[in-house]
Design a protein around this ligand. Sequence first.
Ligand code: ADP
Ligand code: MG
Length: 205
Amino acid sequence: MVTTATVAAWITRYAAIIDENEALLTELDSPIGDADHGANMARGMAAAVPGIDAVPTIDAQLKQVGMAMLSKVGGTSGPLYGTLFLRAAMALGARAEVASSEFAEALATGAAALAERGKADPGDKTMVDALAPAVAALERALSEGHGFADAAAAAFEAADAGREATTPMLARKGRASYLGERSVGHTDPGATSAAYLFRALQEVA
Ligand code: ADP
Ligand code: MG
């Protein structure tokens, strides 16, 4: 089961990881972007956390995170992460606990909506390169009968491999795509912040 306590711990931990790595995310966004991904994510997640442990249902928690990302982040990543959380919330309905598989399915729905909104495919060197394999690994591990902690660990492993795989890619979406060949050899900042989402999930699962 995934409960409101799980989600509160996950989001709180994610915000802390973002905070600890704000400078790194900005550094990654310097050569292939405009050096604001760290500040964008830190601002959005700082607004997502207050009161999250008192929100009574999982969908309302995820909606709080999505609205914070949408309203506080000026960059491309705000509406994209906003879509991920808001669509995951819509998939769940007002409940205080859900089966792990339903939670995984909701995250997969959110990740698919994000990819659709960004018109990004795997291999385009975006956050989708971390998110898509992570939600697939989460769902696969649960369907094979693994517990939530093991499934979250598999999801993080897939997300982190996806993040790393963006380094040699040629960017086809977002600001990095303006650089063409010069985008090659740099790890995508959004794929890095997306991998942290699953690092946080693994840590609290
Ligand atoms: P901005 O590019 O507006 O400055 P951020 O720096 O916060 O916004 O976020 C950049 C990240 O957003 C990129 O590293 C990439 O992962 C992600 N991104 C950009 N465009 C897209 C897109 N069309 N689809 C999916 N992800 C995207
Ligand atoms: Mg940027």
